[in-house]
Design a protein around this ligand. Structure first.
Ligand code: ATP
Ligand code: MG
Length: 435
């Protein structure tokens, strides 16, 4: 996909007598100097006219919404007829899509001012809501009355928060108040759509400020977070309440959805396990397991992929375990978790620690040391799975092993190889078996 290709599509449509514009996200990204992900086009031509203009290259992918996809040499371009959305009685879908005559009407139905700009092939900008000004001021603001726009489509609440996070913008006052006052409407929105926005929101540069400002919104689909807000831990390791710590920890880990979700949920079981000892210290005995169980339910509710859910739950259950920085300690953790999740676990530990009281922030050095040792171990012996062992089931059969014994013996060998007790050489392994 490229600007040149999009430009030539605009010109083809214009040459047939219809207005056509680049619109929405790509115009925003162009003004920000970022490479747009997709190049959406809006045009006065009706879908059947676009079908006719582009012939075999045109596919009716969303006729209900007036969208035709045109396949060009370098990718697919969506061309949507100018439209106004009718009323939204269910807070999710417009009751009817009405085609419109002008780009201005089309821009008025869009969610945010920064997403409601259009650019024609001559470079002329249509920007009735001063989206360009808001981009300069770094502000997320609804087109029109924020409360009404959120009532029409509650997903816009999360979209506003997502763009504030990704672009690291602040949220204009009236829009922010409407986010709080209309948050409850998100109950009507499908989990799948919430998850798409949340993944992006969590990975945004400005996620810390957005998460701190809107726990009430997250609480609509993750009510388990609400008791964490303002919950003082009464523990020397912690200088923040649980929710603030959670947010700082999420902000401190690399922006990948699995890692960010893990941090958002890692302490969610603390409130339910809280006790205070006679000296007045707070404790949370067994909370990683409880957090893991709660996270499992939350991930299911949000319809996360099974593998993602499993990784998140595993990381949460392990996040507070002490892993000795020895070949044995690291070797057994890698065996239990796999290399990818073990490396993620180290990131989790680092981020968790960075969000604790400053005088307890020494874990980072331990994590560095663990990473270094793991790399050394892998350089010497990149054997982490049964299939990498220098012997296999047939060797064991030949030595007289049978049935379940074979698997158990292979597991034992693997553990000894990973922890540095035997070398992964055939003779060494066979000798160990004979012993
Ligand atoms: P991204 O980089 O995530 O693709 P985008 O701005 O292109 O950002 P899309 O979800 O692809 O976002 O939507 C394209 C355009 O459609 C938006 O820029 C916006 O103008 C409009 N839009 C999308 N969702 C809504 C909505 N829920 N309500 C109103 N307008 C919307
Ligand atoms: Mg887009």
């Amino acid at each position: 996909m490229s600007r040149e290709q999009a430009q030539s599509i605009l010109k083809i449509i214009e040459s047939r007598g219809f207005r056509a514009y680049l619109v929405g996200g790509c115009v925003r990204d162009l003004l920000l100097g970022r490479e747009p992900e997709d190049w959406d086009i809006a045009s006065a031509a009706r879908p059947e006219q676009i079908m006719e203009i582009f012939g075999a290259a045109a596919f009716p992918t969303g006729l209900k919404h007036g969208t035709v996809t045109v396949k060009a040499a370098d990718g697919a371009y969506e061309i949507t007829t100018f439209r106004t959305d009718g009323s939204y009685s269910d807070g999710r879908h417009p009751d009817a899509v009405k085609f419109a005559q002008t780009i201005e009407e089309d821009l008025a139905r869009r969610d945010l001012t920064i997403n409601a700009m259009a650019l024609d092939s001559a470079g002329h900008m249509v920007d009735p809501f001063d989206g360009a000004g808001d981009l300069k001021r770094r502000i997320v603001r609804c087109v029109g009355d924020a409360r009404e726009r959120f009532r029409e489509d509650a997903l816009r609440i999360l979209r506003a928060m997502r763009f504030a996070s990704v672009l690291d913008f602040s949220v204009e006052d009236a829009t922010s108040r409407a986010i709080h006052s209309q948050a409850g409407l998100l109950e009507r929105i499908a989990a799948e759509r919430i998850l798409v926005e949340m993944d992006k929101l969590l990975c945004g540069l400005g996620c810390r400020d957005v998460l701190l400002a809107y726990p009430d919104v997250l609480g609509i689909f993750i009510p388990e977070l609400l008791p964490c807000v303002g919950f003082e831990q009464q523990n020397v390791h912690h200088c923040y309440d649980i929710y603030t710590h959670t947010v700082y920890a999420a902000d401190a880990i690399p922006p990948e959805p699995i890692l960010r979700w893990t941090m958002l949920l890692h302490d969610i079981g603390k409130v339910n396990t809280f006790t205070v000892d006679p000296k007045g210290q707070g404790h949370f005995y067994g909370y990683p397991k409880v957090s893991g169980d709660m996270a499992e339910e939350i991930c299911d509710r949000l319809r996360m992929r099974k593998k993602d859910r499993e990784d998140i739950v595993t990381l949460i259950r392990w996040h507070d375990k002490n892993i000795p920085i020895t070949e044995k300690g690291i070797g057994s953790a890698v065996l239990a978790l796999g290399e990818e999740n073990f490396r993620r676990l180290l990131q989790v530990k680092r981020a968790d620690n960075l969000a604790q009281a400053p005088e307890y922030r020494w874990v980072s050095e331990k994590v560095d040391a663990a990473e270094k040792l793991l790399d050394e171990m892998l350089r010497r012996e990149p054997c982490l799975q049964l299939k990498d062992l220098a012997v296999n089931g047939n060797d064991l059969l030949a030595l007289g092993y049978s049935g379940r014994e074979i698997g158990l013996a292979l597991q034992r060998l693997l553990r000894e190889v990973v922890t540095g007790e035997i070398e992964n050489r055939r003779e060494a392994l066979l000798a160990a078996l004979k012993r």
